[in-house]
Write a protein that binds this ligand. Sequence first.
Ligand SMILES: [Mn+2]
Length: 305
Amino acid sequence: MTAMMLKPHYRTVWISDVHLGTRGCQADLLLDFLNEVTADTYYLVGDIIDGWRLKKSWYWPESHHAVITTIMDKAKNGAKVIFVPGNHDEFAREFVDMTFGHIDVKMNDIHETADGKKLLIIHGDEFDGVVKYAKWLAYLGDTAYNLAIALNRYYNGIRRKLGYGYWSLSAYLKNRVKNAVQFVCNFETAVAHEAAKRKVDGVVCGHIHHAEKRMIGDVLYCNDGDWVESCTALVEDKNGKLELLYWAEMRQMAMTHSQPGRDAASSPSLGLGKLMSLFRITGESTGAASQSSKKGNGTPIGKTA
Ligand SMILES: [Mn+2]
């Protein structure tokens, strides 16, 4: 618990797949993370703002806006902030090599750790096509592999011009749960392959919402996860040591205690049968049951809930 006394400071922090502008985004947890953790350099590794979803329907609560202003404040106050756009915020790819409010926009980047490791920083969506056809590409070799990456870019460019959304790997995975493990594995291999080709020591990416840090061949593969489900960040300490932080788990206790209104919402964990009997008892004692029986729809429990 002594760690709670001092706010942790890191040399570098990587976050991605925040999906601001969607209901799934865990903006409150991310704000908590940004307030509790400081760093010299922040990498925003894509899909920070969900432009696709915002185009369909506008959803922009205060907490989502606060994430942007908090990051911009950090940049203004001297932290280095580098934004590598992803497929969901690819509108920002038009501004690559420009600076906005002290935030550098880059297509990709090379980060050198304190102990001299070179890491390629990419979002990772360019490998979607490779992941889909990984088995054939393994046979066909590097030329086919490079062609697949180019085709993927071309294909999504056409889709965009026709007004379709980006082909989403995560949505694809959710519909094919059985193959999800294989697909994640294919993605990781494809990204590591690219890093090896570029002769770097490792790679940091996002995109598949699956935090990971492991060696793939000679390449250190890091995925900083997401802020929709797992709420994870990759961090580098002053010695160059890399670590994944599972913020939702680390802060779970503090967060549940700071939300007093959550007791009612968590009661379904009692089990449905128990919950229904609870409603029946309270319904009878307050006379709600007799009211609903007058309506004659016979579902007092559903109505009171
Ligand atoms: Mn993505």
